[in-house]
Every structure is written in structure tokens, then in C-alpha cells.
Design a protein around this ligand. Structure first.
Ligand code: SF4
Length: 413
């Protein structure tokens, strides 16, 4: 077989990396301009965006070292039994690509993952070599995110954090049973042990740097993980519970969700259709409620239906409020920040603005109208100087009044 050019391999390995949810842009609808109409695409591969530790949005070259793999995870397009074009970079090639993209100002960093070749430890060594060479041989100061392989020698997994800004290990599926069924080569205990060791190393490095200014950094941007949604039968409630357990036990920076997408020659154990992208979006919103809005995971789980699923037509905060009407209405002029954050339609910025503005005068509905997108959505849940919702908060048809009108179902796709 003719050797593939660098450009061909880049195309294959950038495309193969698209299933790793590391980006701030996941969850949007698919659009492109291949038909010659319009400009741009939401489906382009190779460069993704992530947030740096200082909050900047940065562009990353996102590729796999190789899409060869000796494992056979059913949900993965790169699995051993998959009939896809294979390609491979050497560590040196990835280093050169990163540097040349960086010098052209296309990227500010690298997101590198890999299928497993020869052995987990061998692959991990290659990934580390890319990061080491960039840092040591080329004094590369850009951002590096390394996907690490939990089955590799623990010392190698830990070495990754010495060169990378962020490391991540995918838990892959929300439940142990799902992992055992769909990723028979993986072991949830091994994955969690590796995440735990990295978490410990991050904490130890931070402590050491408080005492010794020159102590080595270790994954200063923390660690994250990814769960595939919709490949097994896990409910949203189970997913929220698992994510929360990971945040609590390992201090993860982010849990990313990736809606399962059917792959060519898919295994018969997988669903035929992908879950609605809105499901992924609702899970991110629920994650937000726990991390920034003061909700406990149990409270977010209370927003799910009898099957443990979040509503797709309304967001989880509104779903929670509709089930806890006894907590409303909330007086905008007297409520604490924590109470205001529970009002559907009020985001963290609007709440900060309310707290600031009410120091000067009692707020009226028109004041809130300037801070939020939809005052109609707020009315049933608030009291202002000139508004009290009377019986609306308890009305039987409140959900129907607040939910967006149903849209035509997609016929295809
Ligand atoms: S180990 Fe990773 S690359 Fe290999 S089949 Fe499983 S998910 Fe895919």
C-alpha cells in the first residue's frame, strides 16, 4: 500500500480525534458550505477551542498520534475491528506539525490523544515524548492537553503531568456495567485508580510549590474526563450522579459529555440512532447548576422525570423550579444571592447586577427587563416593587405556558 502523505495522515488523524470532547464548541448543530452556498462550517476537524487556566479561549491542534488500536471498544470508530483508513504519526512529526502551526499563528496549543499500539505503556511513552520534546527541545510555552491511557504503567501516566498543562483520562461510560459490556478491554477500577493518582499528584505539586518556588509544576490546568452519552442505557440521573462523584472524589476541572454518534459498521450492541444533541446540552446545563449555581447533584436529579431523564424542551433549572413551587416567588429586593440564582431565567451576571442595583433603589419589573432576555419567564417566580404573581406560580398550566412551542420533528438523521 502506498505510504500516505503527511497531509493525508493529518486529515485522517484530525478527523479521528473529533470524538474527543475537549472543546468549548460541542453541542452545536451541524452546518457546512460544501454545496457552495454560504461560508464556513461547524464540522471542521483539526483545530478546536478550549479555555486556558486564565479563562482565555485558545485554539488547539487536535489530533491522534495514531488511529490504530489493539482494543475493541464497540462505540469507537478506531476500534480494532473497525474498517477505517489507518494512519500514524511519529512523535517527531507531531512536534514538527505543532511548531509549524504555532509559528503560522494557527494554534496556541496541542490536544493529543491516541489509539493504543503495541501496548498501553508503549503508546503512553510516545505521547509523553511529544510533550517532552516540545517543552525541552523547543522550549514550547503553548498549551498542551494530553489524553492519558489508564492501562499504562502508573509512572508514565504521572509523567504526563510534568509536561502537559492538562491531562485527561476518559471514564468513557457512565456505568461500570456499560463499560464492561461496550469496552471489554477496559476496567473501571483501573480508570478510577489512574484518575485518583493524577488527582493526588496535582494536589501534592500545588502544596510543594507553596513551599518551594521551584518545585515542578504538575498539570497546572488540572484534569478532566469524558463520558459518552446515549451508547448504553444510563439515565441522565445516573450520569449526573456519576459526574458529581468524579468532581467530589478527584477534584476534576471538567466532565465533558459526548453524545454517542453512530459509526460506520457499528456493532449490533449499539443503538442505531444518536441521542438528541439537546440531551448533551441539558447535561452541560445540569453540570453548570452544580458548579456555579449552588445546586446539589441530588437537587438536579430531582429535576428529572420518572425515568431519570431531563426534559429536552425546558432547561433543568426551570424543571427544578416547576417541581419546587413552594420555594417561589422570591423577592428580588430581599433574596440572598443563593436564592436569586435559583430563579429560572436569572444567570450569574444578572444576579450580580441585581445585587448591585438594589443597593440604590427597589427594583421594579422594568429594571429586570433590562437584565434578562425574557421577563415573561421570570414573572411567575419573583416579587418586585411593582409585581406579585398571585396564583400564577401554582397554576396547573404553568409548564405549558413557559415551555417553547413544539417544533417540527426531524424526519431524517
Ligand atoms: S482504546 Fe480508545 S482508541 Fe482504542 S478502541 Fe477503545 S476508545 Fe477507541
Amino acid at each position: 500500500m502506498a505510504r500516505l502523505s503527511l497531509a493525508e495522515r493529518l486529515e485522517i488523524l484530525a478527523d479521528a480525534a473529533k470524538y474527543d470532547a475537549s472543546c468549548a464548541s460541542s453541542g452545536t448543530s451541524k452546518r457546512n458550505s460544501r454545496d457552495g452556498k454560504g461560508l464556513g462550517s461547524t464540522e471542521g476537524m483539526g483545530i478546536c477551542h478550549a479555555y486556558a487556566p486564565d479563562g482565555r479561549c485558545i485554539s488547539l491542534l487536535k489530533i491522534l498520534l495514531t488511529n490504530h488500536c489493539i482494543f475493541d471498544c464497540h462505540y469507537c470508530v478506531n476500534r480494532k475491528s473497525s474498517n477505517v483508513r489507518r494512519a500514524r504519526f511519529t512523535p517527531r512529526e507531531v512536534v514538527d506539525l505543532t511548531l509549524s502551526f504555532y509559528r503560522r499563528n494557527y494554534i496556541e496549543g496541542l490536544f493529543l490523544s491516541s489509539g493504543i499500539v503495541r501496548s498501553s505503556s508503549h503508546t503512553m511513552e510516545q505521547l509523553i515524548e511529544v510533550a517532552r520534546s516540545l517543552r525541552e527541545d523547543h522550549a514550547f510555552r503553548g498549551y498542551i492537553h494530553l489524553k492519558t491511557i489508564p492501562e499504562a504503567d502508573p509512572q508514565l501516566v504521572e509523567r504526563a503531568g510534568l509536561w502537559a498543562d492538562r491531562v485527561s483520562i476518559n471514564v468513557e461510560l457512565p456505568t461500570d456495567a456499560g463499560l464492561a459490556r461496550l469496552a471489554p478491554d477496559k476496567d473501571s477500577g483501573q480508570i478510577e485508580s489512574a484518575i485518583g493518582r493524577i488527582g493526588d499528584a496535582i494536589v501534592e505539586a500545588k502544596d510543594a510549590r507553596k513551599r518551594f518556588r521551584h518545585a515542578p509544576r504538575f498539570a497546572p490546568a488540572g484534569q478532566s474526563t469524558q463520558m459518552i452519552v446515549g451508547a448504553d442505557g444510563a439515565s441522565d440521573s445516573q450520569i449526573i450522579g456519576r459526574a458529581n462523584g468524579l468532581y467530589d472524589r478527584f477534584g476534576l476541572r471538567r466532565v465533558y459529555y459526548s453524545a454517542f454518534s453512530p459509526i460506520p459498521d457499528a456493532s449490533a450492541v449499539l443503538p442505531l440512532r444518536r441521542p438528541p444533541l439537546m440531551r448533551e446540552h441539558r447535561l452541560y446545563q445540569s453540570d453548570w447548576l452544580v458548579r456555579f449555581y449552588g445546586f446539589s447533584a441530588t437537587e438536579v436529579q430531582q429535576a428529572t422525570d420518572a425515568e431519570g431523564m431531563l426534559a429536552l424542551d425546558i432547561d433543568p433549572k426551570l424543571a427544578w423550579a416547576l417541581k419546587h413551587r413552594e420555594s417561589f416567588p422570591i423577592d428580588i429586593n430581599l433574596a440572598t444571592r443563593e436564592q436569586l440564582l435559583r430563579v429560572p431565567g436569572l444567570g450569574t451576571r444578572a444576579v450580580a447586577a441585581i445585587l448591585q442595583a438594589r443597593r440604590h433603589h427597589r427594583l421594579r419589573l422594568e429594571d429586570l427587563g433590562r437584565l434578562t432576555r425574557s421577563i415573561a419567564r421570570l414573572r411567575p417566580f419573583i416579587v418586585t416593587a411593582d409585581w406579585r404573581p398571585a396564583s400564577i406560580t401554582d397554576s396547573v398550566d404553568l409548564r405549558a405556558r413557559l415551555a417553547p412551542p413544539p417544533r417540527q420533528m426531524e424526519l431524517f438523521g
